[in-house]
Write a protein that binds this ligand. Sequence first.
Ligand code: PA5
Length: 453
Amino acid sequence: MENMKLNVENAFVCKELHMSMSAIKGYEQQVKEAQEMLHKGTGLGNDFLGWLTLPSSITEKFMDEIIAAAKVLREKCDYVVVAGIGGSYLGARAVIEALSNSFAPYIKSSKNPTILYAGNSISEDYLAELSSFLSRKQFGIINISKSGTTTETALAFRILKTQLEEQVGKDEARQRIIAVTDAAKGALRTLATKEGYKTFVIPDNIGGRFSVLTPVGLLPIAVAGFDIKKLVAGAASMEKLTAEDVPFSKNPSAIYAATRNELYQKGKKIEILVNYNPKLHYIAEWWKQLYGESEGKDLKGIFPAAVDFSTDLHSMGQWIQEGERSIFETVISIARPSKKIQVPMDAENLDGLNFVGGKNVDYVNKQAELGVIIAHTDGGVPNLHINLPSLNEFYIGQLFYFFEKACGISGYLLGVNPFNQPGVEAYKKNMFALLGKPGYEEATKAMNARLGR
Ligand code: PA5
């Protein structure tokens, strides 16, 4: 069985950084301590460590329950709207977009419902267009919110629930709505109980950005027709490959965490996650949340950014090659594409492309990737490289757990609590004050005074 592989050799080729594998090995003791803090639960945020053993502890029976609930929506609905934001939708979307045919929404014979998304912005245009699109369509809703009180999600759900009830009646709507939320707390739990929706629980000890292998991610992924058991199996295999007793030099999460922390110490404040296949775009969105929310605090943390290559080589490529030297990049490369297409030979060769005639498109892509790595490392951009044997549920599961484990270690190396996100409350407080939410009366007064209104 092949596994996802990490190669950090190209982090050392930028001579001015004076980095070497021995500098990375210097982190062995610190990483060991970070691992111990995770596994013994002695570090900051230790009430949010449920994700650590999630892949190996989730049961077949539980996954079958999720698959059964997904079947109901698959049978009744042509469209299923996932209402959620941040950790409550990015993981599901990452898998669904990575594994779906790029033209799935236009393929009429598709046996899978199309997954749509809502509640991840407050755009009136988006919601009005979605609502109009869904009129007279057979649709259902998965409403996902751990707190059960997130404004973006609740607002979208209220609009869609009202529409669904009008279109199919309250009883049928009840069969087409599933809520994923806290076991007891929050407005969504209250609403789901009152309305009699099927529900799944987000465990207390798993934060949003670490929840993709709970029903938060697994239910929408199963509804979309993908194999959640393979996804979990991939994550479980990575749980073993990154376990506490795996030697430092063989543990990819340990090496990744140590290398990016060493780069950060050397002034590389921005990490760009790079893909060469647009299907990975939302994997990068998921990763940005994972690292941004986990590490960006106490005035510290690498800024996680992402680009799709070769697309963005024609926009951001200039900055990456010659802009401020504060970046490093982590490439996710897929060894074997799932489909094949060749560049045809052309007798006239008017476009001058016969030098790649007869080659597979992926061969051209791989030469672009190699050329970019050489250009970027020559230009002072250290490169970390993740190789996925192919793009399927198993390897995405490996990738998810690899990044999660590395994130826990990396956050502890940085000296922050990787499992809280106090900073996201600041905008909410202001927004609620401005909207006059009950309970925010004093803040509303202060805000009005500040804005002179
Ligand atoms: O990682 C997190 O905790 C957040 O990004 C949440 O996932 C996001 O804010 C959504 O929260 P909730 O699931 O409570 O609606």
